[in-house]
Design a protein around this ligand. Structure first.
Ligand code: ZN
Length: 374
């Protein structure tokens, strides 16, 4: 029998004096661990089946870490699989190691689904192993979708040959925040470079603060949205308008934005735009009451824009702006009376038509952080 085939010995039953000694060891170990940086703690891993654990490292967020926001790192740190944050594409590297280090470790990395790309290389030897997931356009489609993207994942197998033979496998998989962030990498990596999208920070992806933000949202089941100011815009408009409005479209992930024909750089993708209508608008659109309601909402949005740091307000029919952005519709005055008191100049057919046709009011703000990202 070769050395490599020797099974891992099972621990012998403990004697009382061993238990006392072990308790002391644990206490010492706990003390030592609490003084150690997280990346070095737990080197002697009592919980791991093979006596070691796997840890992972990737490229992390560079901006904004000074504030110690969770999931923004000042530098690359080693973390367990369940905490691993990673994106692929644009030659991002992923690294795994054994803790404690095992120089004889033999590695194999398998993608979970073709959308996870091709790990390059997919095999190696040593205490650390680094691979670059190579992705093609067909593996990471950017044709638009109204479905949630799948997580990128890998199955990591490590085999130890020296002293004891053991094989251990675990999986790493993107969580919903990284699934969403990965869409931005995919779209930004387009060969044609049609977008200047930046990758949002993880802490901008939050539980939906209003349930209507989950309408027309690929991640409705996850109940999360990217919010970079859309809530403040909405609340500012409602404060001016005097009542709650209907949200037709709020944050759109890049796949959703593409699927609904949004412009490539749409601010809806940054979580800084809202399409909204009066609450009962479907039933009254094109009537006197509908015209008054949408006109009041448009004017409320124009006022809210200035108060809440907005960039653009549009009166739209679907994707088409009916009125030059940020400009009011003509108001009645001494020269242009409004005898029927509907807020529109008598005989102003152009304004009447815009208000009859409008489907919603759009408001947005500048993308956050000047486009800085991970
Ligand atoms: Zn819009």
């Amino acid at each position: 029998m070769s050395e490599g085939d020797v099974p891992i010995p099972r621990p012998r039953p403990e004697r009382p004096e061993d238990q006392v000694a072990k308790a002391d060891q644990l206490q010492n170990a706990d003390q030592a661990a609490s003084n150690m940086p997280a990346s070095e703690a737990g080197a002697a891993c009592a919980d791991c089946p093979a006596g070691f654990k796997l840890e992972y490292k990737s490229r992390y967020t560079e901006q904004g870490q000074q504030d110690k926001t969770p999931n923004r790192y000042t530098k690359e740190v080693w973390v367990p699989a369940k905490e691993f944050i990673f994106l692929i594409g644009q030659d991002r590297k992923l690294t795994v190691r054994t803790n404690p280090p095992m120089a004889d470790a033999e590695w194999e990395v398998k993608p979970i689904g073709s959308h996870s790309g091709t790990p390059t290389p997919n095999k190696g030897k040593g205490a650390e192993f680094t691979w670059v997931p190579k992705v093609t356009a067909s593996q990471r489609p950017v044709n638009g979708s109204k479905q949630r993207n799948k997580p990128v994942g890998y199955e990591i197998t490590v085999k130890l040959t020296r002293g004891r033979s053991t094989t251990y496998t675990e999986k790493i998989e993107q969580d919903v925040r990284d699934i969403i962030r990965q869409e931005y990498v995919d779209y930004r990596s387009l060969p044609a470079k049609k977008t200047s999208l930046h990758v949002p920070y993880r802490d901008q992806i939050v539980p939906a603060p209003r349930p209507e933000f989950l309408n027309a949202n690929n991640y409705a089941a996850d109940k999360v949205v990217l919010n970079s100011g859309m809530l403040q815009l909405l609340e500012a408009v409602e404060a001016e308008y005097g009542e709650r409005v209907t949200v037709n479209s709020a944050w759109r992930c890049p796949q959703r934005n593409k699927a609904v024909g949004g412009v490539p750089n749409s601010n809806h993708q940054h979580g800084g735009a809202i399409d909204m209508a009066p609450s009962n608008y479907n039933g009254i659109r094109g009537t006197q009451a509908g015209r008054t309601a949408i006109l009041n909402l448009y004017r409320a949005a124009l006022r809210a824009k200035d108060k809440a740091g907005g960039r653009m307000v549009l009166l739209e029919k679907g994707k088409d702006a009916l009125q030059t952005g940020n400009t009011d519709l003509p108001k009645p005055d001494a020269k242009h009376p409004d005898k029927n008191d509907d807020g529109i100049r008598d005989g102003d057919a152009a304004t009447l038509s815009k208000l009859n046709n409008a489907s919603h009011v759009h408001i947005d703000k500048e993308p956050p952080d000047g486009g800085k990202d991970d």
